[in-house]
Ligand binder design. Structure first.
Ligand code: FES
Length: 329
C-alpha cells in the first residue's frame, strides 16, 4: 500500500533477519525484535505498518500462523505500478537493517463461530488468507480455500497451501490462469448458496475481489457474511471536488476543507491528532464518527450498510455531500 508522509503509530523496532524469494517478484521478509522482548501477539488476518526509506509507510499482512515463531513474516510483491513502497523494500532494505513497524492490527479477523469459512486469495492476497486457513485447520473448523494466480511461478507459498494439516484434503484448490480449463475458478460453484453459518473472506487485486464479492451478492449472500481486505484504494475522480466545512461537535470550531485537500489533512493542519496509515481508504485507521451531515464515502473499508448509516467516515479519502459535516471529535 502507498502512503507518502505519515509515520507508524505505536512503533516497534525490528531487525530484518532474512530475505527470501517466495515466487517471481515476491520477496519474503522476516522481522525479529531488536530488544530482547517478544513481539506482540496477533490473530489470523492481522497486518503491520512498516516505515520504509523515503518516508513511506506500507501495510503488509502477517502470513505465519499466530504463535508459531518469535518473528513476523511478510511477503512483498514488486509491483511496477507501485508508488515506491514495494520498490523500497525490494531494493533498499537488506538483512540486518533496522525497521520501524507498528504493532499488529486486524481489520480482517475470522468470524468467531461460522459453520464454514470460504476463503479466496488472488496473487499476493494469499498472505492473510493462508494464515486464516492454517488457523482454521489448527482449530479443526471447516473451510475451503481457493488460491488464484496468473502462473505457478508467480504464486507464493504454494507448498504451505498443500501442506496444511486437514482431515479433508479437498479443502484447498489452486487455480492458475495459464493452467488447464478444468482447474479454472468457477466462482459461482465455489461460493455456493448463502447459509446462515457460512462466511466468505477475500483478499487480492481489486478486480478479483469485486468479481468474488459481486458473484456472492448475485447468489444472495448478505454483506454481513462477506469479509474483504483490499491492498490499495480504487482510483478516485477528484476533478469535481468542492470545498466543504467540518464542524467539531464538542467545540463548535469550523474547519474549511479546500477542494484539493483531504478532510484528514485539514484536521491535521488544524491541530487534531488524527491517526493515519494507508491514506487510501482501505485500512480503517482514520475512521471518525459523524454526528450530522452526509459523507461522500470513497473508501473500500466500510460495508454498504455502514456507509448507509452515515454515522462515520474515513477522512483520508472521503468528503461530504452536504456543505457541512459535524464530526464527533
Ligand atoms: Fe487508512 Fe484512512 S488512513 S482508511
Amino acid at each position: 500500500m502507498e502512503m507518502p508522509t505519515s509515520s507508524v503509530s505505536s512503533s516497534l523496532q525490528v531487525r530484518v533477519a532474512a530475505r527470501t524469494w517466495l515466487a517471481d517478484d515476491i520477496l519474503g521478509v522476516e522481522l525479529t525484535p531488536v530488544a530482547h522482548t517478544a513481539l506482540p501477539a496477533f490473530e489470523a488476518g492481522a497486518h503491520i505498518d512498516v516505515q520504509l526509506p523515503g518516508d513511506l509507510v506500507r501495510q503488509y499482512s502477517l502470513y505465519q500462523l499466530p504463535g508459531d515463531t518469535p518473528r513476523y513474516r511478510i511477503a512483498v510483491l514488486r509491483d511496477p505500478r507501485s508508488r515506491g513502497g514495494s520498490f523500497a523494500l525490494h531494493e533498499h532494505v537488506q538483512e540486518g537493517d533496522i525497521l520501524t513497524i507498528s504493532a499488529p492490527r486486524n481489520h480482517f479477523a475470522l468470524h468467531s463461530g461460522p459453520e464454514k469459512s470460504i476463503l479466496f486469495a488472488g496473487g499476493i492476497g494469499i498472505t492473510p488468507i493462508l494464515c486464516m486457513a492454517e488457523q482454521l485447520a489448527r482449530d479443526k473448523r471447516p473451510y475451503t480455500l481457493h488460491y488464484c494466480g496468473r502462473a505457478l511461478s508467480r504464486m507464493a507459498l504454494i507448498d504451505r497451501i498443500q501442506g496444511i494439516a486437514s482431515p479433508d484434503a479437498s479443502h484447498a484448490h489452486v487455480h492458475v490462469d495459464d493452467g488447464p480449463t478444468e482447474q479454472q475458478l468457477d466462482a459461482r460453484a465455489a461460493i455456493g448458496a448463502p447459509s446462515a453459518g457460512h462466511h466468505l473472506y477475500v483478499c487480492g487485486p481489486t478486480g478479483f475481489m469485486d468479481h468474488i464479492l459481486n458473484t456472492a451478492r448475485e447468489l444472495g449472500w448478505q454483506e454481513t457474511h462477506l469479509h474483504r481486505e483490499y491492498f490499495a484504494g480504487a482510483p478516485i475522480e477528484t476533478s469535481g471536488d468542492e470545498r466543504f466545512d467540518i464542524e467539531i461537535k464538542s467545540t463548535g470550531e469550523v474547519i474549511e476543507v479546500a477542494a484539493g485537500q483531504s478532510a484528514a489533512h485539514a484536521l491535521l493542519d488544524a491541530g487534531f491528532d488524527l491517526p493515519l496509515s494507508c491514506e487510501q481508504g482501505v485500512c480503517g485507521t482514520c475512521m471518525t464518527k459523524v454526528h450530522a451531515g452526509v459523507p461522500d464515502h470513497r473508501d473500500l473499508y466500510l460495508t454498504d450498510e455502514e456507509r448507509n448509516r452515515n454515522d462515520c467516515f474515513l477522512p483520508c479519502c472521503s468528503r461530504a455531500r452536504t456543505s457541512r459535516l459535524v464530526l464527533d471529535l
